[in-house]
Design a protein around this ligand. Structure first.
Ligand code: URA
Length: 191
């Protein structure tokens, strides 16, 4: 089966298994992911917001525009990477995802990772980071790639949090600009 078919199967399973029925009830769309399933880099955000829920695609609102800008700065487009979230339904009023919601979606995210086989996983924000790097503080470890269970995880600040905070925005941009170098090192190691 090709990757897209396998990803479609994960979507179908989330619906069939009735994951987070309370979130599902009030959501317009199940937001699985967007981009190239063969990408080297997988970005993982927290959960869809209003625009993402309406359009069924991750990171299409203000934070997504900023993410696109940062990708452009390092010479990439959305079509070159894959973008998803920990939680696949919009939480009401954009509240933070609950621990049990993150736990419920975790096996499906792991399946997405297995299909995509990214060289680098970039977590966006604290909620996304916590599942991969429990116990660490994003303010201490942002921009530092970490190895966990055969995966390389790069924790970054969330673009939405950085949008209205100049110093966080600068930090996120600086961290983001190191992505090509990190990928180059991973590629060298794999040779
Ligand atoms: N914020 C996220 O974490 N994910 C989205 O898809 C949009 C905004």
């Amino acid at each position: 089966m090709v990757k897209q078919q396998l990803l479609d199967q994960i979507r179908a399973d989330i619906i069939a298994h009735n994951v987070c029925p309370d979130l599902a009830k009030q959501a317009t769309n199940l937001v699985m992911g967007d981009g190239n399933p063969d990408a080297d880099i997988l970005f993982i955000g927290e959960a869809p917001g209003k625009h993402e829920d309406m359009q069924g695609k991750p990171f299409v609102g203000a934070a997504g525009k900023f993410l696109d800008e940062m990708l452009h700065i390092i010479g990439l487009k959305r079509e070159d990477v894959y973008i998803s979230n920990i939680v696949k339904y919009r939480p009401p009023n954009n509240r933070d995802p609950l621990p049990q919601e993150k736990t419920a979606f975790w096996p499906y995210l792991l399946r997405q990772i297995k299909v995509i086989e990214p060289k680098l996983i970039v977590t966006l924000g604290r909620h996304s980071m916590e599942n991969f790097l429990p116990g660490l503080k994003i303010s201490n470890v942002h921009g530092q790639p970490k190895r966990r269970g055969g995966m390389v995880i790069l924790p970054l600040f969330h673009p939405a949090a950085a949008l209205y905070n100049n110093s966080m925005r600068d930090t996120l941009l600086e961290d983001f600009k190191t992505l090509p170098k990190i990928l180059e090192l991973i590629n060298k190691e794999r040779k």
